[in-house]
Design a protein. Structure first.
Length: 314
């Protein structure tokens, strides 16, 4: 694998990590790839492969926070399958709203870069999911896979989302702006979200289109993509999007892995307790304790058992 000898996980700071990524780009450049700085806040890394291109949008915080080799997920997935990879990386909470990024895609469009590939897939999650959808307009006919994306943070459209107050100052109204409009030219799009998270569900609703498949992953927590990764679902999900096998059935088949995911089981037991489904709470909490033995779970189980005993005694 190209660049395997460059260890990004040894970097002590984000600046050092970025420097090592630049070195990786130099090595990939021998194969018509390379690293490109896009101003102060963004960078791009292209690694050539076959005629399938995975375009991923990722943040330094997420890449390094995931542990492992500290390499962009898109690069890892693409190289494992012999595909081409184009990673767009942000150093902060920018939503990729930067003229340097716009110019980068303009240049690729003018050079017919995306037309050289038989299949192009855009992937991102959260803030990066917004960008993946927004910039997919650069490659008509692409497939879009986004996890818990924001549709926009334009306060005239999404004033109900107060999670990212500082980002409201960014320009979401000009080029590559409203993400749901930007996927109009996609062959198909998949939006993964947790319907129990109201704001994520509201953003997902804005993506409603005839060629959009919504994939619901209930009770997966605040960082849906991270939970999917921890369950071992995210990589095969991206792979399925790239090899044309992603369907609703594929997704929900993969999602069965949450039955052994401790945090999901813990959240589910708290939900069933709130609904006073005591027998179900006993089953779920008891099963969860096999993986995740905490005092909170034990208390949940004890309360559910006590409620069942009280009900039977009455």
């Amino acid at each position: 694998m190209a660049g395997a000898d460059i260890n990004l996980s040894k970097a002590q700071t984000n600046a050092e990590w970025l420097s090592r990524l630049d070195e990786l780009g130099d090595e990939l450049a021998d194969e018509q790839g390379g690293f490109e700085s896009l101003g102060r806040n963004h960078a791009a890394l292209y690694a050539p492969g076959d005629r399938t291109l995975l375009v991923s949008f990722e943040s330094v915080a997420a890449i390094r926070g995931a542990g492992g080799a500290h390499r962009p997920l898109g690069l890892e997935v693409a190289q494992a399958n012999g595909w081409s990879s184009l990673c767009l990386i942000t150093m902060g909470t920018t939503w990729f709203r930067d003229t340097e990024v716009w110019n980068f895609f303009d240049t690729r469009i003018d050079a017919d870069f995306f037309e050289a590939f038989d299949r192009v897939v855009f992937y991102g999650a959260g803030m990066c999911g917004y960008a993946a959808a927004a910039f997919s307009v650069a490659a008509p006919g692409a497939v879009v896979l986004v996890v818990a994306p924001q549709a926009t943070l334009d306060p005239t459209v999404a004033d109900w989302d107060g999670r990212f107050a500082r980002a409201r100052r960014l320009d979401f109204t000009t080029r590559y702006g409203f993400a749901p409009d930007m996927i109009e030219g996609a062959a198909e799009a998949f939006v993964v979200y947790d319907p129990s998270r109201r704001l994520d569900a509201m953003h997902a609703a804005l993506f409603t289109r005839s060629h959009v498949t919504k994939l619901r992953a209930r009770w997966l927590g605040k960082d849906t993509a991270r939970d999917l990764a921890d369950m071992g679902v995210l990589t095969p999900l991206i792979t399925a999007a790239c090899d044309s096998t992603l369907t609703s059935g594929t997704f929900y088949g993969l999602l069965r892995k949450r039955r052994g995911f401790a945090l999901y089981l813990m959240r589910l037991s708290l939900r069933t307790e709130a609904l006073e489904r005591h027998m179900l709470t006993v089953i779920v909490a008891g099963f969860a304790l096999r993986f995740y033995d905490t005092e909170r779970l034990r208390q949940t189980l004890d309360r559910a058992r006590a409620a069942l005993m009280e009900k039977s005694a009455g």
